[in-house]
Design a binder for this molecule. Structure first.
Ligand code: NAD
Length: 504
C-alpha cells in the first residue's frame, strides 16, 4: 500500500513548523548563517500562497565567503582517496533514501509538483549519488600514450571550486545531478538554488554534512539570480559554473563569467518534438505523448511540447489525445492521485495563460483546456492546441507548462524540417515501426537526446544535454567528469633523446 494524501500531509505538518521557525539558511564552511546584510525574502508555497520560510537574500559578500570556504576545503577534498570518497557519497545516498518521503513532500509543497513524481525524483537523487560514488575511484584515471622518446601519461585532476546554479522545476533531483559528480570528481561546490524553491537545497546540504562530507566541500548560498547568482558566476575563485535553467539566463551567465574565463556547462530550455508516424504503435505513442507533456506539470525541460503527427492519422489520434488530456486529474500535489498540480507561482501562471490567448489569436484550435483550472491560480487545465502552424509562437517558444501544440505533417522530410526549425535542440521522440526510417530521422534530428518508440527513460551512463539553444556540454557517466576535471599530460623521457642545443 502506498502512502495516502493524509500520510503526506502528516509528514509535511511534521516538518513545516521547524522550517518556518528556523527559515532557510546559507551553509558556508559547515556553518549555517544568514546573509551578511540580514536581508531575507519570504518563500511561499504555490499550493495556497502561504509562507513556508524566510530565505537569506545573499549578495556578493556571502558568495565571496562561500567561495573562500570552498577554496579552503578544496585541497583536502581533492586528496581524499577515491575509495573514501565513494564511501562518503554512498552514505549521502543512503541518507537521501532514508529521508526520501520528507524530501518529496517538501518538494511538492515548495514547487507544486505532484507527489507521484516527486517521490521518484527524491529516490533518483539517491541514485545519482550512488552512481557517481561508484565512479569516484576511477575519476582520475588516464591513458598512456608512449612515443619513441617519451612515456606520455595523462591524468585527470579536479578543476577546483565550482558553482552550481539550479532551477525551480525539480530542484532536488537536478541539484544532485550536478553536485554528485562534482563531489565525486574531487571538486568543492557552491550551490545557488532557485529563489522560488529553496527548501530542499538546505536538506541536501544538511544530509551531506551529516553523512561525512566535510565542512566547506558543499556550500549553499540562497538568493536571487541577479544578485547571488550573478556574483557566483563572476567570482574569481570559482573555476566553472554548472547551470540548469533558461537559455536567456545561460547567455547572461556566459557574459558575466567572461572576465574570469569561466568554464560553463549549460542545460537549458527545449521545445522538443514527439514525431508520430502512421505506422507506429499508436496506443503506446499516445501514452508516451500524454506522459511527456503532462507529467511534472509540463514544467520539464525534456517535455514533448510539440506533437508532430502524420496527417493521415491526425484526426483520430488528436481526438483520443484530447479525451485523455481532459481526464487528467488536476489537484493538490500531496494527493497521490493528482497528475497535474499548481504551477510554480503567479507570474509563471500568467505566462502560461498568456499563451492560450496567443494560440487563439494565431488561429490554433483548442481541443482541450485553454484556461485556468476551477481551483484558481496557479492551476491551469492540461491543454491541447491543434491546427498549429510551425511558424506560430506556440510552436516555437518554450511555454513550460502542460500545453501541447500539435502540428500535422505529410512526409518524413516535412517532419524533419519542422522538428529542426526551432532554436532549441534538447530532446526528440520518434514513433515508427519502420527501422530504416527511424535511423534516417534520428540521424537528421538536431537534438542531444532522442528516444525511439519510448518516452524519456534515463540511463545514468548515457550523455544528457542539448544542442543549439538547449545547452553546452553533457552530463552523465564520464561526460560529467570531463566538465569537472582537467586533463593533465606528463611526458617522461625514456632515455637521452637529442635536445636541440641553442647558444651551445
Ligand atoms: P532561470 O534561468 O530563470 O533560473 C535558473 C537559476 O538561475 C535560478 O537559480 C536563478 O536564480 C538563476 N539565475 C537567474 N538569473 C541569473 C543570472 N543573471 N546569473 C546567475 N544566475 C541567475 O530558469 P528557471 O525559470 O528557474 O527554470 C526553468 C528553465 O530551466 C526552463 O527553461 C527549463 O527548460 C530549464 N531547464 C533545463 C533543464 C535541462 O536539463 N536542460 C532541466 C530543467 C530545467
Amino acid at each position: 500500500m502506498g502512502r495516502s494524501f493524509e500520510d503526506n500531509v502528516e509528514t509535511l505538518d511534521g516538518i513545516l513548523p521547524a522550517l518556518e521557525r528556523n527559515g532557510a539558511r546559507n551553509l558556508i564552511g559547515g556553518e549555517k548563517s544568514e546573509a551578511a546584510s540580514k536581508d531575507r525574502f519570504l518563500n511561499r508555497s504555490p499550493v495556497d500562497g502561504s509562507g513556508i520560510c524566510d530565505v537569506p537574500r545573499s549578495s556578493e559578500i556571502d558568495v565571496a565567503s562561500a567561495s573562500e570556504a570552498a577554496e579552503d576545503a578544496f585541497s583536502a577534498w581533492r586528496d581524499v582517496s577515491g575509495a573514501e570518497r565513494r564511501r562518503i557519497l554512498h552514505s549521502v545516498a543512503d541518507a537521501i533514501a532514508r529521508k526520501a518521503e520528507e524530501i518529496a513532500v517538501c518538494e511538492c509543497w515548495d514547487t507544486g509538483q505532484p507527489v507521484r513524481f516527486m517521490s521518484k525524483a527524491a529516490l533518483r537523487g539517491a541514485e545519482n549519488f550512488r552512481f557517481f560514488a561508484d565512479l569516484a575511484p576511477g575519476a582520475r584515471d588516464g591513458r598512456t600514450l608512449p612515443s619513441p622518446t617519451l612515456m606520455n601519461l595523462t591524468t585527470r585532476v579536479p578543476i577546483g571550486p565550482v558553482g552550481v546554479i539550479t532551477p525551480w522545476n525539480t530542484p532536488f533531483m537536478l541539484s544532485t545531478w550536478k553536485i554528485a559528480p562534482a563531489l565525486a570528481a574531487g571538486c568543492t561546490v557552491v550551490h545557488k538554488p532557485a529563489e522560488l524553491s529553496p527548501v530542499t537545497a538546505g536538506m541536501l546540504a544538511e544530509i551531506a554534512w551529516e553523512a561525512g562530507v566535510p565542512g566547506g566541500v558543499l556550500n549553499v548560498v540562497h538568493g536571487f539570480g541577479e544578485e547571488a547568482g550573478r556574483a557566483l558566476t563572476a567570482d574569481r575563485g570559482i573555476r566553472a559554473i554548472g547551470f540548469v535553467g533558461e537559455s536567456r539566463t545561460g547567455s547572461e551567465i556566459m557574459k558575466q563569467g567572461a572576465d574570469t574565463l569561466k568554464r560553463v556547462h549549460f542545460e537549458l530550455g527545449g521545445k522538443n518534438p514527439v514525431i508520430v508516424f502512421e505506422d507506429a504503435d499508436l496506443d503506446r505513442a499516445l501514452d508516451a505523448a500524454v506522459f511527456m507533456i503532462y507529467s511534472l506539470n509540463g514544467e520539464r525541460c525534456t517535455s514533448s511540447s510539440r506533437l508532430l503527427i502524420q496527417s493521415s492519422i491526425a484526426e483520430e489520434f488528436l481526438g483520443r489525445l484530447a479525451e485523455r488530456a481532459k481526464r487528467i486529474r488536476v489537484g493538490h500535489p500531496l494527493d497521490p492521485s493528482t497528475e497535474v498540480g499548481p504551477l510554480i507561482g503567479d507570474s509563471h501562471f500568467e505566462k502560461v495563460i498568456s499563451y492560450f490567448e496567443i494560440a487563439r489569436s494565431e488561429g490554433a484550435r483548442i481541443l482541450a483546456g485553454g484556461d485556468a483550472h476551477s481551483l484558481g491560480r496557479p492551476y491551469v487545465l492540461p491543454t491541447l492546441l491543434a491546427g498549429v502552424d510551425p511558424g506560430m509562437r506556440i510552436a516555437r517558444e518554450e511555454i513550460f507548462g502542460p500545453v501541447l501544440a500539435a502540428i500535422e505533417f505529410d512526409s518524413e522530410e516535412d517532419a524533419i524540417r519542422i522538428a529542426n526549425d526551432v532554436r532549441y535542440g534538447l530532446a526528440g521522440y520518434v514513433w515508427t515501426n519502420d527501422l530504416t526510417r527511424a535511423l534516417r530521422v534520428t540521424d537528421a534530428l538536431e537534438a542531444g537526446m532522442i528516444w525511439v518508440n519510448s518516452e524519456n527513460v534515463r540511463h545514468l551512463p548515457t550523455p544528457f544535454g542539448g544542442v543549439k539553444a538547449s545547452g553546452i556540454g553533457r552530463d552523465g557517466g564520464d561526460w560529467s567528469f570531463e566538465f569537472y576535471m582537467e586533463q593533465k599530460h606528463i611526458g617522461f623521457a625514456l632515455g637521452r633523446h637529442p635536445i636541440p642545443r641553442l647558444g651551445a
